[in-house]
Design a protein around this ligand. Structure first.
Ligand SMILES: C[S@@+](CC[C@H](N)C(=O)[O-])C[C@H]1O[C@@H](n2cnc3c(N)ncnc32)[C@H](O)[C@@H]1O
Length: 280
């Protein structure tokens, strides 16, 4: 019974993210921006391939807090279409394995990585973050950017992450968290309804990480960054949207998701928070 409930929940999450048309929309956006989709540089994809608040800029901020070196093996949990993973590889010379529940995202991640000529340094696989297939203590570091909002079983998520990390490894979390008790407006970029949305408060997160064997070494609330980011994304009735942007990943109801997120942020119901943790 529990297995069936989890299977249905995973299907609902995949159904939220997957529509079968993402690569076509990205290729069309690249062409409109004057870029050959089969011969791109990782920077050409920057406007579209990092599906979290603040995009690449925030990935670079997170990376600057981590101890990641050339040759390190890093796990990107819920890697989406691989933008942050490619940024980590380009900036540090590390190797990244990205896992994600959504098959279409993993297909797009592999294709975009090949089109950037980076496939030797990244691997992608469809997997559930709560049941990883890697050996204990495989990775030198891990990131998870805007993923755990979909994950109800946080004890399993952080236990699995701790298991596959080496002692002393950095674990960077950047998630949308709950900052008051008001009901949220949906659809949001991460969930079509509250059925697949499991936000935690920063206090709950601190306890979860501690119990899983992590020390919290830094915490940053980025509510202000998020309000500015979504203000900038909000559709302007007088202008066509740019050819590439996270709206392309969000799909047909992107304007509604953006409007709802702005409402949730303005009412101080949610904020994206970075938590930098280290495995004891
Ligand atoms: C908002 S996207 C963020 C993607 C990526 N981290 C980024 O920043 O571009 C959330 C991602 O979490 C993935 N996800 C949700 N639940 C998951 C789970 N249980 N295991 C693995 N991935 C999951 C989704 O498939 C989706 O790709």
């Amino acid at each position: 019974m529990k297995d069936q409930i989890m299977k249905t929940q995973d299907e609902n999450i995949i159904g939220h993210y997957q529509d079968g048309g993402l690569l076509g929309r990205i290729d069309a956006g690249l062409r409109a921006a004057g870029v050959d989709p089969e011969n791109v540089k990782a920077e050409d994809l920057t406007p579209v391939d990092e599906f979290h608040i603040g995009g690449r800029e925030m990935t670079l901020r997170i990376l600057s807090m981590m101890n990641i070196n050339k040759g390190d093996q890093v796990l990107d949990i819920g890697c989406g279409i691989g933008g942050a993973a490619r940024t980590l590889v380009s900036k540090t010379g590390c190797r990244v394995t990205g896992i994600d529940l959504t098959p279409e995202y993993i297909d797009v991640a592999k294709t975009l990585t090949a089109h950037c000529g980076m496939e030797g340094r990244l691997q992608f696989q469809v997997a559930n973050a709560c049941a990883l297939s890697f050996e204990d203590e495989t990775f030198d570091g891990a990131i998870t950017l805007h993923v755990a909002m979909n994950i109800e079983d946080r004890v399993a998520l952080y236990a699995e992450t701790a298991r596959v990390l080496k002692p002393g490894a950095d674990f960077a979390i950047y998630d949308v968290m709950r900052t008051n008790d008001e009901a949220l407006d949906y659809p949001a970029p991460w969930a079509s309804s509250e059925k697949t949305s499991f936000l935690k408060t920063p206090q709950q997160m601190r306890a979860l990480l501690n119990d899983a064997g992590f020390d919290l070494i830094r915490e940053e609330d980025h509510g202000d960054t998020a309000r500015a980011f979504f203000q900038n994304l909000s559709p302007d009735a007088n202008k066509a949207p740019p050819p590439l942007g996270v709206h392309v990943v969000m799909g047909a109801d992107a304007p509604l998701k953006i409007r709802n997120t702005m409402k949730n942020l303005m009412a101080r119901r949610i904020a994206p928070v970075i938590m930098m943790a280290r495995k004891r």
